[in-house]
Write a protein of this length. Structure first.
Length: 91
């Protein structure tokens, strides 16, 4: 019953709805998508001072991975996409 009251109140007050919505996983936002792989990493510190974090220059949790200077940052398997998936493990 209490959650119904909160949602009803949120509907009446602009801006309050965002405070009671379930937390969604963020997304990187690039003006031009990079060629370096990237993913959303909740373990990145808020100041972005960790290798690959703050990749989009906006979100601390947006992280480069897998190649070049970021080869030490392992990309999650979900960052891969194949037309024909390999039979061997990847990442």
């Amino acid at each position: 019953m209490a959650s119904f009251k909160v949602l009803a109140l949120a509907a009446l007050l602009p801006g309050v709805a965002a405070l009671v919505q379930p937390r969604r996983l963020g997304a990187c936002s690039f003006d031009n998508e990079p060629t370096v792989p990237f993913f959303w990493d909740e373990s990145c510190p808020e100041d972005g001072q960790s290798l690959g974090c703050l990749a989009d220059g906006v979100h601390a949790q947006c992280r480069f991975c897998g190649v070049g200077d970021y080869s030490e940052v392992l990309c999650p398997a979900s960052a891969c996409s194949f037309d024909n998936p390999p039979h061997l493990p990847y990442y």
